[in-house]
Ligand binder design. Structure first.
Ligand code: NAP
Ligand code: ZN
Ligand code: ZN
Length: 348
């Protein structure tokens, strides 16, 4: 198969509405799979990047790094997949495969040149285009298997929202006897609640208001507090072993660090466009950890998919047609997402 053009939705320029277009896909190489994309989740990172909030964006940009679909063709050297397999692709489509991080299954921290699913350059120097599209060609080593038992639409958001919360929860040992708080009940946050609950932790949601309290408790939270209420910070002072913040905007970190018990960790996965400030005394007293975490490696992403299937859940989604992408972006920006928009890519 030669280079082909496929239908896609792209932001032609920073902050411009997304519109229908076509993009090239490379020929299926020896170790590649051609994926017939069925669903693509909308991550808040798509919005940051389509609006060039993090800078250095490559336009036109086809966002989408929560891809679920079916293998339509395999290269001659492919051993892991066959035509008809249910597969997913997350935020990474290649990495150097040689650095210490790649060798340790931490490709997300590749120091030799990781290739993001979109808004990056591949090893040939060509721009990568993401999942708001009908097809994509990906190396089999960066392709995940979606287990039976999770529908493809509810699986798509696991490829970013699922792994981004699973990885820190696993690394910081969320489990029985641990008090875990999830800050922000959006796409990442709702997966964080489900996963932390399934790991056996006592889970608290810290949301801006109590608007989504009923949902949060249904998702598996034991407690739910509004951060707009100053009493919350007094009542919960010194409570948590682990706080995972999924908030897309800058937070008053000192207030949140005061909610940790001694030796507790605040792990930030939110990626706001502006810097935050910190009083270092907030981590000195109580020997507290302030950390960050980025998505997860390929091995851990497969582990997360299998974990979710074993516990019988995917994401809570609102399925939309491609012409609803721009409206969905506005709703995500207004914290009005219940809890992940997923595009039916047959409408592209
Ligand atoms: P999302 O669905 O919009 O959820 C973010 C949630 O944060 C909102 O639902 C809201 O929850 C809360 N929030 C928003 N603005 C706030 C504010 N000003 N103050 C306090 N809380 C606020 O977004 P997402 O897709 O989950 O992504 C969240 C962030 O993680 C984004 O910045 C994204 O780029 C980043 N991200 C990072 C990684 C990584 O690897 N580290 C991976 C994926 C995404 P409530 O309504 O409950 O308050
Ligand atoms: Zn994402
Ligand atoms: Zn590497």
């Amino acid at each position: 198969m030669t280079v082909t053009t496929v239908a896609a939705y792209a932001a032609p320029a920073p902050k411009a509405p997304l519109e229908r277009t076509t993009v090239p896909r490379r020929p299926v190489g020896e170790h590649d799979v051609l994926i017939d994309i069925k669903y693509a989740g909308i991550c808040h990172s798509d919005i940051h990047q389509a609006r060039d909030g993090w800078g250095k964006g490559i336009f036109p940009m086809v966002p989408g790094h929560e891809i679920a679909g079916i293998v339509a063709e395999v290269g001659s050297g492919v051993t892991k997949f066959t035509v008809g397999d249910r597969v997913g692709v997350g935020c990474l489509v290649d990495s150097c495969r040689e650095c210490d991080n790649c060798k340790a299954d931490l490709e997300q921290y590749c120091t030799g040149g990781g290739v993001p699913t979109y808004n990056g350059l591949d090893k040939q120097g060509e721009p990568t285009y993401g999942g708001y599209s009908t097809h994509v060609v990906v190396d089999e080593n960066y392709t995940l298997r979606i287990p039976e038992g999770i529908s493809l639409d509810e699986a798509a958001p696991l490829l970013c929202a699922g792994i981004t919360t699973y990885s820190p929860l696993a690394h910081w040992n969320a489990g029985p006897g641990k008090k875990v708080a999830i800050v922000g009940l959006g796409g990442l946050g709702h997966m964080g609640v489900k996963i932390a609950h399934a790991m056996g932790a006592e889970v608290t949601v810290l949301s801006q208001s109590l608007r989504k309290q009923e949902d949060g408790l249904k998702l598996g939270a034991d407690h739910y507090y509004a951060t707009s209420d100053p009493e919350t910070f007094k009542e919960l002072a010194g409570t948590f072993d682990l706080i995972v913040s999924t908030v897309s905007a800058p937070l008053p970190l000192d207030s949140y660090l005061s909610l940790l018990r001694t030796d507790g960790a605040f792990v930030n996965v939110g990626a706001p466009e502006e810097p935050v400030s910190l009083n270092l005394f907030s981590v000195i007293g109580g020997r507290k950890t302030l950390a960050g975490s980025g998505i997860g490696g390929i091995r851990e992403t497969q582990e997360m998919l299998d974990f979710c299937a074993q516990h019988g859940f995917g994401a809570e989604i609102e399925l939309i047609d491609a012409d609803g992408i721009n409206e969905a972006y506005e709703r995500v920006l207004n914290s009005d997402v219940r809890y992940r928009f997923v595009i039916d890519t047959s409408t592209i």
